[in-house]
Design a protein. Structure first.
Length: 299
């Protein structure tokens, strides 16, 4: 087994970089979903992801993962596919900054699920944080309802919240997977699982047309997705999930900038207030949980 040295500061920096890269990818994906549709862009991006991840992983592969590790790849791959589909469908209907703010409930949901999966105990601080974060979500929803009355917008918010619930499971699995496999392997098998799932949808939605005029954006989205995934895998192999989860909040800054530059989206006071309440609730719930990451082995 290969021992992986723990580097909390470097892991934190890598996670910050991953959030920045994936936030930019979100903006590219919003453009593509609006231009060619969710199913088409998801399938073409999945094909590009598999191409890039195969080129990086296969020449360096030493041995295939164990059956147990393969199951980890499959389970997280399914979660990632559902999470991404809901999120990208949602951001085509709501501003990027607002969508990112809503996903900030994911770390808190992960903490609430931890007692179920990790046998940890709930405490008053965690419950109080959950109430504060939920109030923040309500503020954002109420603000959007006052600004926009189209049913599509509220459905988009619901899809983003559903994506956040999936992402909470992703947070719990990310550290687990990062300690079972190396970053290139994680990216390769995730690309396979996601592509297989989207191809299974072809009989329902049909074969997507060639993304005429958008192929460059599809390739860029794939490169950003692959880069962000590798950075996250590297970071979570060297730092605990509770220590790195706070880096997710930097995405609000990137989403605000990308939404303003690319789509002329403004951040409303409701969204800003709700984001502050959600972040505050998550920090209250996580207070005292961060510990020095121990030495870990790849299995």
């Amino acid at each position: 087994m290969n021992r992986v040295a723990q580097h909390p500061v470097q892991a934190f920096a890598a996670a910050l970089a991953a959030v920045a890269v994936l936030s930019i990818m979100d903006a590219v994906m919003k453009h593509l979903v609006l231009a060619i549709g969710l199913v088409a862009v998801s399938i073409w991006r999945a094909i590009a992801n598999l191409f890039f991840s195969s080129a990086l992983y296969l020449p360096r592969r030493q041995q295939w993962p164990t059956r147990k590790t393969l199951w980890i790849h499959v389970i997280r791959g399914v979660d990632v596919m559902v999470m991404a589909a809901l999120f990208f469908w949602g951001i085509a209907r709501v501003p990027l900054a607002q969508a990112l703010a809503l996903t900030f409930i994911a770390p808190l949901i992960a903490m609430l699920l931890a007692p179920l999966f990790l046998k940890e105990r709930l405490n008053a601080r965690l419950i109080g944080g959950a109430i504060a974060a939920f109030a923040g979500v309500l503020v954002i929803v109420v603000g959007q309802a006052r600004a926009e009355v189209q049913p599509d917008v509220l459905l988009g918010i619901a899809a983003v919240i559903g994506s956040a619930i999936c992402y909470s499971g992703n947070i719990l699995m990310m550290r687990w997977q990062a300690l079972a496999a190396k970053p290139l392997e994680i990216n390769f098998f995730q690309a396979i699982v996601v592509l297989v799932l989207w191809l299974a949808a072809v009989p329902i939605f049909g074969i997507p047309a060639w993304p005429q005029g958008q192929i460059g954006w599809v390739v860029l989205a794939s490169i950003l997705s692959t880069t962000g995934g590798l950075l996250f895998a590297w970071a979570y192999a060297r730092g605990e999930a509770s220590y790195l989860a706070v880096t997710e909040y930097s995405g609000f800054i990137w989403a605000s900038i990308c939404g303003w530059v690319a789509f002329s989206e403004r951040v409303s006071l409701y969204t800003l207030a709700g984001a502050v309440m959600i972040i505050g609730g998550c920090l209250i719930g996580a207070r005292g949980k961060v510990t020095e990451p121990p030495e870990m082995d790849y299995t």
